[in-house]
Design a protein around this ligand. Structure first.
Ligand code: PSU
Ligand code: MN
Length: 304
């Protein structure tokens, strides 16, 4: 066994016996939400997954190893920590070699989930092509990872702060199936309809599982995006939230924010300019993804 990859006993047992396991990222805990909403959401998401009969596996870098499956104590430690690095593909070897702390983005979580043998991963929203990405070249490593690594990512679409049209084009070029869960439109994180069609619609967990199984059997590389829209009662009004995004983007420009700081900065600014409403929506959509993601993981383990 690799001495830098440690699965919790519970996760190991579940994988050995074919029980459904759902991977969870940790950047959303350290950089996506403030304390204490971050720990409360991390715990509630794990609870929701357990209630569906699946095992949650939150992934982070601690003590120089990739940890798959954290205890409540470890989740608390991560949520309260000050100096945690946001780790994407390029940062993984650095943070591991330096035995530093790291929280994994969608890209890094996909890599670690695949190494551990986990097929389904739940998050809030994937990264994508940023607005003006055609000149800044700010394109999330999440997209390239989706082109490479065979893990299904259950999300409420791409974060609304992004250019969804360019994000969809990128995924199409890279051959990534973008499935709409009970919708024909790709969701836009804080609201349900980005205005862009998905590549296929699934109406049940079983339908999603059949596609994932087919893809795996064929040995097609790359991931699958499963877009699960934010619940209606938690969705924000599109034009209202777009105005808030314009404000947040202007602040980011003024403050000269770039690179990996952009997404955390924008999420935090949005929370401020929306008086916390984007955070409330973010929590609701992650919980909803956990519920449906666990159902998909259970359906997949039933036919695998
Ligand atoms: N979705 C959320 N909150 C987040 C993120 C996604 O609801 O904090 C994080 C994920 O970890 C994602 C990352 O991989 O933002 C994207 O960052 P970037 O745009 O720098 O690739
Ligand atoms: Mn970026």
């Amino acid at each position: 066994m690799k001495n830098w990859l440690t699965l919790s006993q519970e996760v190991k047992e579940a994988l050995d016996t074919g029980k459904p396991v759902v991977a969870l990222e940790s950047t959303i805990i350290t950089h996506g939400m403030p304390y204490p909403e971050n720990i409360n959401t991390a715990l509630s998401v794990e609870r929701i997954i357990r209630n569906q009969g699946a095992v949650p596996a939150t992934i982070a870098i601690m003590h120089g190893e990739i940890r798959v499956g954290l205890t409540e104590e470890e989740l608390n430690e991560l949520a309260g920590a000050k100096e945690v690095e946001k780790v994407s593909r390029r940062d993984l070897p650095v943070v591991l070699a330096n035995r530093a702390y790291g929280s994994t983005t969608v890209a890094a979580t996909m890599i670690c989930a695949e190494m551990a043998g986990i097929d389904v991963f739940v998050t809030g929203g994937i990264g994508g092509v940023h607005r003006m990405g055609e000149t800044s070249m700010d394109i999330s490593a999440d997209l390239e990872e989706l082109a490479l690594t065979n893990v299904a990512v259950v999300c409420a679409g791409a974060k609304s702060i992004l250019d969804i049209r360019l994000t969809m084009e990128y995924l199409e070029t890279k051959g990534v199936p973008v499935l709409g869960y009970q919708t024909s439109r790709f969701p836009a994180f804080y609201y349900q309809d980005s205005g862009f069609d998905v590549s296929a619609t699934v109406s049940t967990p079983e339908e999603a599982a059949k596609i994932l199984k087919q893809k795996k059997e064929m040995g097609l590389s790359g991931g699958t995006v499963i877009g699960n829209p934010v619940p209606t009662d938690a969705a924000l009004d599109k034009s209202w939230v777009e105005e808030r995004i314009t404000e947040a983007l202007a602040e980011a420009e003024k403050d000269g924010i770039k690179g990996k700081d952009t997404t955390p900065y924008l999420l935090d600014k949005l929370k401020d300019v929306s008086e916390g409403r984007t955070l409330t929506a973010n929590i609701a959509l992650v919980e909803h993804n956990a519920r449906n993601g666990a159902k998909i993981a259970a359906a997949l383990s039933a036919i695998s």
